[in-house]
Design a protein around this ligand. Structure first.
Ligand code: PLP
Length: 416
């Protein structure tokens, strides 16, 4: 079998040896999964999910009882007052865009306090010019960078004392940067700091890749609204597309008015037969996130022992499911990512090459041999072709497939 998979016995033995030293870390991941599983099950039971919820609507999607139930269950699981969960959100970026355009008005100011936001938001905000950006509507933007991977607490407070800010954006996952992702204890500290000087500013958190990595959410520690994608953690690899916005009810209503139209808001939106997939995805999500976390931990330990810089290290507290490997070499980055593709269930015969992607500045190489296009809760790896040539790896629907994927990528790297 190993020969068929193109993995040497040496490589598999190396992986097995590494796993021996990871038992304690895996135990913590199991415990976290157990708690999140309880939370999901409690949500299903509290809102009495029944077969009727799987029914479908078409057209306007009036009176979609299933859709409304899904949104209650998601709100419960995310510690939110309310949530909007829709397949009409094309992606996480689209949900973030809807939220920003819903909450901000001309002459309002948006402030990012986690440095430069995710690449695809640059044209949305107007950091890179676009005729339909927030900037084109007169929304101004400012940014405070992280310092040593933490918020610049004093600068943030000073800024808020001297400027009227409508919305603060915090991005937890690192995107294509080399900073660390942001854990909930830091979110809690910065929310407290913000509230010392400003009780009104909307605190919005880009929660992509972070769901179920911990048992709480940014809303539990005082954020107003969070946003994430269903082809990442919460979709459990089952949701065919979509995204969510969760948090304060007044904000969720505003997001609904912007996603559809003022006046119709959240009362429309056909579910077209996907309710069961969304709920089944949520049901699997704690376990899928566990697989993704273990795959990330195994990658961290293995690649570090092979002499590469990895972030996070295998034994630190994680904020998200992303693992960085710094190759300092374009060719090694490409080899590793091609190995991930070759180890995938779908399109294993395709060799990804760097290419320009809509919304991104540098050429990107992406391995995604996934059932759902672009799904990055499935084992996937990508990276911009720019120094220091960092791979961003994430996902793994099951740990067993994840570890074989890592083995295959290591094999490809070793063969050069
Ligand atoms: C994935 C991601 C997004 C949204 O990406 P989509 O591909 O549009 O779903 C936004 N922010 C961060 C930090 C992400 O990781």
């Amino acid at each position: 079998m190993l020969e068929q998979l193109g993995i040497s016995e040496d490589t598999l033995n190396f992986i097995k040896q590494e796993e021996e030293s990871l038992k304690d870390v895996y135990k913590e991941i199991d415990d976290n999964c157990e708690l999140n599983t309880m939370k999901v099950l409690a949500g299903f039971q509290k809102y009495e999910v029944s077969e009727g919820v799987f029914n479908s609507t078409t057209g306007y999607g009036y009176n979609d009882y299933g859709r409304d139930t899904i949104e209650k269950v998601f709100a419960y699981v995310l510690d939110a007052e309310d949530a909007i969960v829709r397949s009409q959100f094309i992606s996480g970026t689209h949900a973030l865009t809807v939220a920003l355009f819903a909450f901000l008005r001309p002459n309002d100011k948006m402030l990012s306090i986690s440095g430069l936001p995710y690449d695809t938001l640059h044209e949305v905000i107007g950091i890179r010019p676009n005729n339909s950006s927030l900037a084109s509507y007169g929304v101004t933007y400012d940014q405070i960078d992280l310092v040593d991977n933490d918020f610049d607490y004093e600068k943030i407070k000073d800024y808020l004392k001297n400027n009227k800010v409508k919305l603060i954006e915090i991005q937890r996952s690192k995107g294509y940067s080399t900073r660390k992702s942001i854990t909930l204890d830091k979110i809690e500290r910065v929310v407290k700091a913000i509230r010392e000087v400003d009780q009104e500013v909307i605190i919005m958190v880009d929660n992509c890749y972070c769901e179920f990595v911990e048992t709480q959410t940014p809303l539990t520690v005082g954020a107003d609204v969070i946003v994430g994608s269903l082809i990442k953690n919460l979709g459990g690899g089952i949701a065919p597309n979509g995204a969510y916005i969760a948090g304060r009810k007044d904000l969720i209503d505003l997001a609904g008015e912007r996603l559809t139209c003022p006046g119709e808001g959240r009362d429309v939106g056909p579910t077209l037969g996907i309710n069961k997939s969304i709920l089944q995805g949520l049901f699997f999500a704690p376990s899928v996130v566990r697989s993704a976390l273990k795959t990330a931990v195994l990658t961290a330990k293995s690649l570090e022992d092979m002499g590469y810089d990895v972030e996070p290290k295998y034994n630190v507290k994680r904020a998200d499911i992303v693992e960085n490997i710094t190759f300092n070499d374009a060719d090694k980055l490409i080899k590793y990512i091609q190995g991930i593709q070759a180890g995938s269930p779908i399109d294993s015969n395709a060799a990804p090459i760097p290419t320009d992607m809509p919304g991104y500045k540098d050429p990107i190489i992406m391995a995604s041999g996934s059932f759902t296009q672009g799904s990055s809760i499935e084992f996937s790896c990508d990276g911009p072709i720019r120094p220091p040539y960092v791979a961003y790896q994430q996902g793994g629907l099951t740990y067993e497939y994840g570890r074989l994927g890592v083995a295959k990528a290591i094999e490809n790297l070793k063969r050069g």
